[in-house]
Design a protein around this ligand. Structure first.
Ligand code: AMP
Length: 419
């Protein structure tokens, strides 16, 4: 049997693959404008980084990591998310010794052994942003605005923003205890009961209807925020409103990672079925300390590139994918013509005109078919008689009009035509 991509993964092929590159670019562009610098971290890290940084009790760490020993017996894990790696890199390179906040963005593959379905893959792509070392509601609001800008710049109209605060180390313990007391009185399975003791907030995130039905009267974190968290949250809400960013307060939004404090948010799209989150993030004031660093209050988000693409598809923003691969297509007839065409193409590309040609010694008919498929606006047809006369036939593939151009002028002429 021939090989297939592993379960839960797929290949991005042309022409869709060009669009996914454009989506990555569009999501990252607003960050560059706000002074975020690009960071690239390894695709694998010490397993303990995620165990500690993401949290032992999370689904990610307990069930979904691609963990393997390397040949020297170290336990490594393919990164399931980007934040822990970014914090690790900041601490390792002492970036926090400079001006704060340290603003960074990344773009890359993430790996989670999830139940594969539409919109949920085992290998997917995120664009992420982190601002480390400042506790300032304007920073939380800035990141949310930049995320929203990325989506709108792609033409997406149906992305909703859900917002919540999870409190901090002052108010969260009392809330946690109140929630635990409530949850202990419910009819839940053994796994969920165990979760109540380890991470009760995550029970609120349980999507099963029989669990949700019992959660109606659960205490909400917004009702337990201390004065400082409340004021902080109000300021984030004020700045978002003043920026014209619509949001919905969602007191049940807890998110699946352990490190969040205060501001948490999710971008959702209703055209995606059950996997509706196109991005999410929040404040993680304690993470640096969990990784043996100094206190470094921080905020960040990760946007799902694959799901953003699906959202665009759902809104009909992708058209028919029919995009021109190149602007000009060469049709050389014979060996000498092929040699000459090869050089003309080099010159065209240097001059900024994208160009391809028929390879494999195709005849006129086969080569013209290739020209049509390439989406090029112009074909350059070069036969033996043209070579002898130092000319080339330039065929406009839209109008079928053909003109003869001296070889010495063809680059300039085409440059003028394709602009
Ligand atoms: P998270 O790191 O879980 O907060 O995820 C951030 C974003 O990444 C989500 O909102 C999704 O858009 C995307 N994402 C997370 N997990 C997957 C997955 N298994 N497949 C595709 N996209 C994902």
């Amino acid at each position: 049997m021939s090989f297939q991509a592993p379960k839960g993964t797929f290949d991005w092929l042309p022409p869709r693959s060009e669009r996914i590159l454009a989506v990555r670019e569009a999501l990252a562009a607003p960050l560059r404008e706000a002074g975020y610098g690009y960071i690239e971290t390894p695709v694998f890290e010490d397993t303990q980084l995620f165990a500690r940084g993401v949290g032992e009790s999370t689904d990610i760490v307990s069930k979904e990591m691609y963990t393997f020993p390397d040949k020297a017996g170290r336990s490594l894990t393919l990164r399931p998310e980007g934040t822990a790696s970014v914090v690790r890199a900041v601490l390792q390179h002492n970036l926090h010794a400079g001006q704060l906040p340290v603003k960074l963005w990344y773009s890359g593959s993430q790996f989670r052994y999830e139940r594969a379905q539409k919109g949920r893959y085992r290998h997917f792509w995120q664009v992420g942003a982190e601002a480390l070392g400042a506790e300032d509601p304007a920073l939380d609001a800035e990141l949310i605005v930049l995320g929203a800008r990325g989506f709108t710049s792609l033409g997406l109209e149906n992305v909703r923003l859900l917002l919540n605060s999870l409190g901090d180390k002052t108010c969260r313990p009392a809330y946690r205890a109140a929630l635990q007391e409530f949850l202990r009185g419910l009819d839940l399975d053994a796994d969920t009961k165990a979760r109540i003791e380890i991470n009760p907030l995550r029970v609120l995130d349980d999507k099963r209807p029989e669990v949700q039905a019992q959660l109606t009267g659960a205490p909400l974190v917004v009702d337990h925020l201390c004065a400082a968290c409340k004021a902080y949250h109000e300021e984030v809400r004020f700045l978002l409103t003043a920026s014209g960013i619509a949001f919905e307060d969602d007191p049940r939004l807890v998110r699946g990672l352990d490190y969040y404090t205060r501001t948490t948010f999710e971008f959702v799209h209703d055209g995606l079925g059950s996997q509706s989150a196109v991005g999410g993030g929040g404040r993680y004031d304690g993470l640096s300390e969990m990784l043996d660093g100094p206190p470094l209050p921080s905020v960040g988000w990760a946007l799902g590139v694959d799901r953003t693409f699906l959202a665009m598809e759902a809104e009909g923003l992708l058209g028919d994918h029919a995009q021109a691969r190149v602007q000009v297509y060469g049709v050389p007839l014979g060996d000498e013509a092929r040699r000459r065409m090869f050089l003309i193409l080099n010159d065209l590309r240097v001059a900024g005109v994208s160009a391809d040609m028929a390879f494999g010694g195709k005849g006129l008919k086969g080569a013209m078919k290739g020209a049509g498929r390439s989406g090029a606006g112009f074909a350059l047809i070069l036969g033996e008689r043209d070579l002898a006369a130092e000319v080339v036939q330039v065929k406009n593939l839209t109008t079928a009009e053909q003109t003869e151009v001296p070889l010495a002028q063809v680059v300039d002429v085409l440059k003028g035509k394709v602009q």
